[in-house]
Design a binder for this molecule. Structure first.
Ligand SMILES: [Zn+2]
Length: 287
């Protein structure tokens, strides 16, 4: 199976139980938080069966992720302190952003998140006994107290607030670099996603919004977010910044925006979507 011909959107089928026998396979090799890349292979591709066998790294755990055109795909966890094998290099997930297409990024992010979940749930958080893999789905079970552990996802919201032709962008107090982004935050237990939007905007910048419009979602594996993107319109209030979180927040006209997130993130998509619609409005108003 030639990786060059793979279209993940079409060819990847997620799964939990590997086939009993197979002649070919793909392998995403993970050590700690890093993913193995083959020197000189651009764009990135997983290892094939022979490459994985010849690599000679000790495997800690293997996770079946599904199949690509019927070729099984595995995430193989190796020692956290493994050195770079000859001809290979371990790279961070961050370095994949902008380097591979979105579908490949999500696939590698999926592998890394499953490996991390498995590594962090060898023991039960309630009674401390060892857990075991549960066959029926992707989970681990404590046989002693029956507690189940599933891969963890952290839902969060990201919202592009507008006031006429202006967008609200904020500079995070903890982020490095001088760039502005849309407001974001984690969903709290008991909240709906929409309630999170209202609460986060009010907490971080002190204003009320309305007319929420769902935009789309993005898996953001740093370490395990699932971002729900919204547009919202300004309703009332003055900008009042939550100093611990927000270094600065301002209304920016869509034609005069500061440094902002790259187009690989949903924040970038939201801002771009707003700009496109504002430009379209301009054209229609002039007619
Ligand atoms: Zn237990």
């Amino acid at each position: 199976m030639d990786w060059q011909l793979v279209d993940l959107g079409r060819d990847f089928t997620a799964g939990i139980k590997p086939p009993e026998s197979f002649d070919e396979s793909f392998h995403i090799v993970i050590s700690d938080d890093e993913v193995l890349t083959i020197d000189g292979a651009h764009p990135w591709r997983p290892l094939n069966q022979d490459e994985w066998r010849w690599l000679g790294l000790d495997q800690v755990a293997s996770h079946y992720l599904g199949s690509i055109s019927n070729v099984p795909l595995f995430a193989n966890e190796v020692d956290q302190d493994a050195d770079n094998p000859d001809g290979y290099e371990f790279s961070t997930l961050w370095s994949f952003l902008n380097q591979v297409d979105q579908q490949v990024f999500y696939l590698v992010g999926r592998a890394r998140q499953i490996v991390e979940w498995h590594r962090n749930h060898h023991y039960c958080g309630q009674c401390g006994q060892e857990t075991s893999s549960f066959e029926a789905d992707r989970s681990r079970k404590c046989e002693s107290c029956n507690l189940m552990f599933y891969p963890r996802l952290s839902p969060s919201i990201i919202v592009c607030v507008n006031k006429g032709e202006e967008i609200l962008l904020a500079r995070n107090a903890h982020a490095s670099g001088n760039f502005y982004s849309t407001i974001a935050g984690f969903v709290e237990p008991g909240e709906s996603i929409e309630e999170t939007v209202h609460r986060e905007v009010f907490e971080e910048v002190g204003i009320k919004v309305h007319k929420l419009k769902y935009f789309g979602s993005q898996s953001w594996p740093f370490p395990n977010s699932l971002m729900f993107g919204f547009h919202a319109e300004y309703d009332s209030g003055e900008l009042t910044l939550q100093k611990e979180e927000i270094a600065d927040a301002q209304w920016f006209h869509y034609t005069d925006l500061p440094n902002r997130p790259a187009m690989v993130s949903i924040s970038g998509w939201l801002i771009n979507d707003f700009i496109k619609r504002a430009e379209l409005n301009q054209i229609q108003t002039r007619k």
